[in-house]
Design a protein around this ligand. Sequence first.
Ligand SMILES: NC(=O)C1=CN([C@@H]2O[C@H](COP(=O)(O)OP(=O)(O)OC[C@H]3O[C@@H](n4cnc5c(N)ncnc54)[C@H](OP(=O)(O)O)[C@@H]3O)[C@@H](O)[C@H]2O)C=CC1
Ligand SMILES: CC(C)CCC[C@@H](C)[C@H]1CC[C@H]2C3=C(CC[C@]12C)[C@@]1(C)CCC(=O)C[C@@H]1CC3
Length: 345
Amino acid sequence: MATRIRPSSKRCAVIGGSGFLGRHLVERLVEKGYSVAVFDIAQRYDIPGVTFHQGDLCDKQALLKVLKDVSLVFHCASPSPACDDRTLFWKVNVEGTRSVIQACQEAGVQKLVLTSSASVVFEGADIKNGKEDLPYAKRPIDYYTETKIHQEKIVLEACNKEKDFLTVAIRPHGIFGPRDPQLVPILVDTARKGKMKFIIGDGTNLVDFTYVENVVHGHILAAEHLKADSPLCGKAYHITNDEPIRFWDFMSQVLVGLGYDAPRYHLPYALVYGIAILLWLITSLLRPLVNIKPTFTPMRVALAGTHHYYSCYRAKQDMGYQPVVRLQEAIARTVASYPHLKSGS
Ligand SMILES: NC(=O)C1=CN([C@@H]2O[C@H](COP(=O)(O)OP(=O)(O)OC[C@H]3O[C@@H](n4cnc5c(N)ncnc54)[C@H](OP(=O)(O)O)[C@@H]3O)[C@@H](O)[C@H]2O)C=CC1
Ligand SMILES: CC(C)CCC[C@@H](C)[C@H]1CC[C@H]2C3=C(CC[C@]12C)[C@@]1(C)CCC(=O)C[C@@H]1CC3
């Protein structure tokens, strides 16, 4: 009987490796001596030694070609939360993730590390020091969150020691850092439109913002600690900066760092949330005719006006996680990385 030769444990693939988190992950893996294949719907950069495979993760045959001599897969692809397209979220995050799991199993991949999200337990109400045993949101706040819940469940349920296929999910929260296309650009765009004058609520709500290098560190630790006899098998892990900060202090530090005024005037949370729901309803009804993207979506308002910070005690215990870049240093590096978004430029 022919014995299957296992690929080296340092041969990995990053699905979604052209994205914000994915590219930082690829760069760190290369520094650590991994051989990396990127699978993504688009190729946006070139790194010597990294092979790129352009394709849709819903296409199992295309995935199989890339995964056949890989032992470890990171899955960090998703449509952007801003796209609000339920059909696309289900197709990519749920059906596509099933095809990733099947392709991994058929190709003999041993480990799958999923980038999930701490928002899988967020329903719009306060979460203070939330642990991984919080129940999944029963009424997810948007389609993105709804499908991230299903995605995490199917990946964790696929963990099977007998089949030599181990899975783990990383749940980051509020990732930021150089090249992030969401947080800082949306913030600056809102400030430039003159809409960043108001604080939603009393401004004391604490939130986790997690520097991208810490999220990368959590992913690699998880991959390296994921073994048949380890507690990581089939579990989810919060990865944060472990320094919750007032949402509005974080926003103000980024804005002031880039030369914009910090928001000053307070608006009641319930009022802004109500307006955001109304706008979402109107834009959904008008969508067949015009595609308007409101700045203040119910999700963003809920994130801006409630406490949502998470414990990463489990990651510290099971994989020795500690953030590698502290929050103030992370904010300074991020601000410095966006010279083109400075006020007046
Ligand atoms: N950013 C954040 O604050 C947080 C993010 N996460 C999770 O982290 C992961 C990475 O997020 P982030 O880096 O911010 O996102 P990005 O959008 O920057 O990266 C995702 C990448 O996946 C690609 N992609 C999308 N659909 C497919 C597909 N069908 N097949 C192959 N590739 C595809 C995207 O291409 P394209 O751009 O062309 O769509 C993009 O290159 C996601 O799973 C997200 O849910 C979790 C918590 C917080
Ligand atoms: C308009 C302003 C009141 C707020 C602008 C900042 C927001 C763009 C960001 C603040 C928190 C961010 C966040 C995410 C996206 C960008 C923010 C809303 C996620 C929804 C991205 C995907 C996730 O999995 C969870 C994130 C939580 C925090």
